[in-house]
Design a protein around this ligand. Structure first.
Ligand SMILES: Cc1ncc(C[n+]2csc(CCOP(=O)(O)OP(=O)(O)O)c2C)c(N)n1
Ligand SMILES: [Mg+2]
Length: 589
């Protein structure tokens, strides 16, 4: 649909006036904003309505119902978390529109979560009318948005409204961080001059559904040779480690890394965010770090040569540096020069695209005549890796009427749909899903960047909505799944009703230990009064069913068999309330 011409806009304006019976001669601000969003290819908007945005949503309903899915949430924080997860799921940007003042103030945690991740999220939010001295909803909204979203644009006049929203869309499309556009309420509701409505859009109609290709930065050949020299100087009897992060997550990069690992006889590790990048590889041990697989941490701490690719080597991954031996040689590859050595000292930094750098390393390794294939990739090593599971670290006594979360997540791996997009909340329960569930990096959204709980359910709804849009466009077959504890679930339970009302397919795996489990175990390990973190919950399957979802209560592993079929192609939200043993502790506590 062409955006509009001045001539068309006049015709359209007359038609809208006729319907709205408003004595204006030009288009309203909100009408122009809506047209711009649709023209940019936005397919879904997550929102919570207020008096300053209500006409905008009325116009979306009246004029754009065929082009836009407008998700009416139950809490602004939910709307923001959904839009964030939607943005993380693939190449579409997330759009969230909430009211000024208290509306946007409710969303701080979700905005910080999006910013910490670098989500392509566009927030549109009104400000008080320019001539209003006593708006009860007024606060330092700009300062608040700067400290949460970061990048804030503010519309100053009717003539720049569309320019600023266009700029917001453009920055969200191009960037790796969220953007907020503030629009004074009087500009949003008032008329905008005809001449600001452009004949031709200054962007492509797929702006909101595509992601620009990142520049491929060629590595410095001297640095490549230096990395190979350092490898030759390292202890040849100790398996070198290749540690790959999200910068190396693209499938073709993973394959190239596997080839390099073979030449070097290296063990393959990932960061948490690049989980399962090498899932089927016999010499891959999982992710390292504070929550990581102990075997990965062992290899990392014993390695004399560590090649880190596309990761920041932050405290999560290297456990405050404890996982890197003092005499280890660390080579760090990243496309962002500022990332090299930022958290962990390194011996050599190579600025470059992960894929191109690994290809260059393979060429240099070949030139140097290095082919250690099989030298350290022995049957013993293969067996050691195959026999290991992070879930087996110790025994816990069996509990009545509750399942061991480790056996539960193992079983879920076999009965949840294989084509899956997995998200999660904070807390202990979801940590087992990292070890038990297979989800390639593109199928896994580790969503707790700001270490918050309470966002798992709405983020799951955002993932479900993304797959709905993707299914319509490209025949997607994955099912959205989110893992949450009872504490996080109770913070955002209302969004189950949103998912049910909008028929958004989603499986919520809820590990109910009637505890703030994380705190319970921290306190318990410290020998403190852990019982303070125990909180009885109601029957959460019943509560979920009352909110319109399909819900099942699991108190024994066999309960899962009876419902396995129902999980394969859900048409709306399904909650699995799994009553789990609160004494079983993850090894990270
Ligand atoms: C918004 C927010 N509030 C509090 C915390 C502290 N916190 C971290 S994990 C956790 C326990 C969450 O309980 P639950 O969701 O039931 O998960 P569990 O650990 O029991 O599996 C809490 C309270 C936090 N990270 N974020
Ligand atoms: Mg809990």
């Amino acid at each position: 649909m062409p955006f509009t011409s001045k001539k068309n806009s006049a015709v359209l304006t007359r038609a809208i006036q006729g319907r709205m019976r408003q004595p204006t001669t030009t288009m309203r601000g909100y009408e122009a904003v809506n047209r711009l969003l649709v023209a940019a290819g936005v397919e879904t908007v997550f929102q919570y309505m207020a008096e300053d945005t209500m006409e905008l949503f009325a116009d979306m309903e009246r004029t754009h119902a065929d082009d836009l899915s407008v998700i009416h949430t139950r809490h602004e924080q939910g709307a923001m978390a959904m839009a964030d997860a939607y943005a993380r799921a693939g190449s579409r940007i997330g759009v969230c529109i909430v009211g000024r003042g208290p509306g946007i103030a409710q969303t701080g945690t979700a905005m910080l979560n999006a910013r910490t991740n670098g989500s392509r999220l566009l927030v549109i939010v009104p400000t008080p009318a320019r001539d209003d001295d006593h708006d009860p909803k007024d606060f330092d909204q700009t300062g608040y948005l700067r400290s949460t979203i970061g990048d804030v644009l503010t519309v100053r006049s009717e003539t720049t409204l569309l320019d600023q929203v266009t700029e917001g869309l453009r920055r969200t499309h191009l960037g790796e961080s969220p953007v907020a556009v503030q629009v004074p309420k009087d500009i949003l509701k008032g008329s905008i001059p005809d001449e600001t409505i452009l004949d031709d859009l200054p962007f492509d109609a797929s702006l909101a559904t595509t992601r620009p290709d990142p520049p491929r930065i060629e590595p410095d050949p001297d640095k490549i040779d230096a990395a190979v020299d350092l490898f030759l100087d390292a202890d040849a009897y100790q398996p070198p480690v290749i540690l790959a992060g999200t910068g190396a997550a693209a499938p073709e990069t993973r394959e190239t890394i596997e080839t390099l690992a073979e030449r070097l006889s290296a063990v393959l590790l990932t960061t948490l965010k690049n989980i399962d990048a090498f899932a089927d590889h016999p010499f891959a041990t999982g992710f390292s770090g504070s929550w990581g697989d102990q075997l990965s941490n062992e290899f990392l701490s014993e390695a004399s040569y560590v090649l880190a690719i596309g990761c920041s080597l932050n405290d999560h991954t290297v456990y405050d540096g404890d996982l890197i031996a003092d005499d280890a040689t660390v080579v760090h590859v990243d496309a962002d020069p500022a990332s090299i050595g930022r958290f962990t000292p390194v011996d050599l930094g190579i600025v470059g695209d992960a894929h191109r750098t690994v290809e260059a390393l393979i060429e240099a390794v070949d030139r140097a005549g290095i082919d250690r294939e099989g030298e350290l990739w022995t049957d013993d090593l293969r067996k050691r890796i195959a026999d290991y599971s992070a879930l087996d670290w110790r025994e816990f006594p069996e509990a009545d009427g509750a399942v061991d979360p480790r056996a539960l997540t193992r079983k879920l791996e076999t009965i949840l749909p294989g084509a899956r997009l997995v998200g999660n909340d904070g807390g202990q329960f979801r940590k087992w899903s990292f070890h038990a569930l297979t989800a390639r990096p593109e199928d896994s959204i580790v969503g707790c960047d700001f270490a918050a709980i309470g966002l798992g359910v709405p983020m799951g709804v955002g993932l479900g909505q993304y797959l709905k849009d993707e299914r319509r466009a490209n025949g997607e077959d994955r099912v959205a799944i989110t893992f949450t504890g009872d504490g996080g679930f109770m913070m955002s339970i209302q969004e189950l009703e949103t998912a049910a009302r909008h028929d958004i397919p989603l499986i919520v795996v809820l590990g109910n230990d009637s505890s703030l489990g994380s705190e319970y175990h921290y306190l318990d390990v410290q020998g403190d009064a852990a019982e303070v973190a125990r909180i009885d919950t109601p029957n959460l399957a019943d509560v979920s069913a009352a909110l319109g979802t399909e819900a099942h209560r699991i108190t024994a592993l066999d309960d899962l068999d009876a419902i396995a079929d129902r999980l394969q192609d859900p048409e709306g939200p399904v909650v699995l309330e799994c009553v789990i043993d609160h004494e079983v502790r993850h090894h990270s506590y």
